[in-house]
Design a protein around this ligand. Structure first.
Ligand SMILES: C[S@@+](CC[C@H](N)C(=O)[O-])C[C@H]1O[C@@H](n2cnc3c(N)ncnc32)[C@H](O)[C@@H]1O
Length: 289
């Protein structure tokens, strides 16, 4: 599939098929921020106006074979697809050839569309009576700002559905050949974020919970803050030789899986440049398999 990033008449970034590819990181910062939602986008729906329907669809980690049948079906029927950076690539081949593809993704450390602009665009497209897919990476319900978009749709009276999918957490464990739970040693799994809205390690971490040695912990968006997290874990009694998995670009051709320990990963990530999405999984992992 060939896709081009271009700005429409009102300055939005659009990706269309059939033209040469221009990676989004080549776009200028002002191209991301130049568009403004039209005033009507925030108006409540006029009962006489046909409203569209929004499917909030989980794209899985990137491997199109990990799309659900329901996700592929919704993509093939959508008139417009608003997709995240991590939900692009071959999964978009399932979209209808005539569908309009709009990149609205956010990526740490890169120029990104603002969440209120994404909400407004979603509402605007649905109020125009179109069948809309909002494509989110992994499972849409994990760390994907799903709630903000649901609130905007509900406030505008727009009908929606959520299509669940394969989170990168379970895809990473599967790719590494390990389970996330273990009958005797890991009876609980917790998913946490390593970055708050400012990109820093959240200040209100429940250290006793995340240093529990009998739990598998999955850290999303945690590469940059892991050295600080690792120091806190050790300070709360977690042994530095606790098994840790680093899973980068799961489901993509350049996938990287590293079996190490909390101390080993701490050393590896000290000052490392983060260019790819990565997950950290630590706890009593089945590395003996
Ligand atoms: C905004 S969160 C979205 C998570 C997504 N909803 C899910 O269920 O996987 C983005 C973070 O998820 C993780 N992630 C998403 N896709 C990934 C992939 N293919 N490989 C590794 N980590 C991934 C990374 O930690 C990334 O920074």
């Amino acid at each position: 599939m060939t896709v081009i990033a271009q700005l429409s008449f009102n300055g939005r970034i659009r990706h269309r098929r059939g033209e040469s590819f221009k990676p989004r990181h080549c776009l200028k910062r002002q191209e991301w921020y130049s568009w403004k939602p039209r005033p009507k986008a925030l108006a409540l729906p006029d009962p006489a106006t046909p409203t569209g329907f929004v499917s909030l669809v989980s794209a899985g980690p990137g491997d199109p074979e990990l799309l659900t049948l329901k996700a592929a079906n919704r993509l093939s029927r959508a008139e417009v697809v608003l997709y995240d950076d991590l939900a692009s690539g071959p999964v978009l081949d399932h979209a209808h050839p005539q569908a309009e593809l709009i990149a609205v993704g956010k990526r740490a450390g890169r120029p990104s569309a603002r969440q209120d602009h994404v909400n407004a665009l979603l509402v605007e497209q649905a109020l125009a009576g179109r069948r809309v897919v909002r494509l989110k990476s992994g499972d849409a319900g994990f760390f994907g700002r799903l709630e903000e978009e649901l609130v905007a749709l509900a406030a505008a009276g727009i009908a929606f559905e959520i299509v669940p999918g394969v989170t990168s957490a379970s895809a990473a464990a599967a790719a590494a050949g390990i389970p996330l739970t273990r009958r005797l040693t890991a009876r609980r799994v917790q998913f946490i974020t390593g970055a708050d809205v400012t990109g820093q390690l959240p200040g209100d971490i429940h250290w006793a919970a995340i240093a529990d040695p009998a739990v598998t912990t999955v850290v999303f968006m945690g590469q940059r803050s892991f050295p600080e997290l690792a120091a806190g874990l050790r300070a709360h009694g977690m042994p530095g030789d606790t098994p840790a998995l680093f899973a980068e670009s799961v489901g993509h051709p350049h996938q990287r899986l590293i079996r190490t320990t909390i101390d080993g990963l701490d050393r590896m990530l000290q000052g490392a440049a983060v260019t790819q999405p990565g997950l950290i999984i630590y706890g009593p992992l089945a590395f003996d398999i």
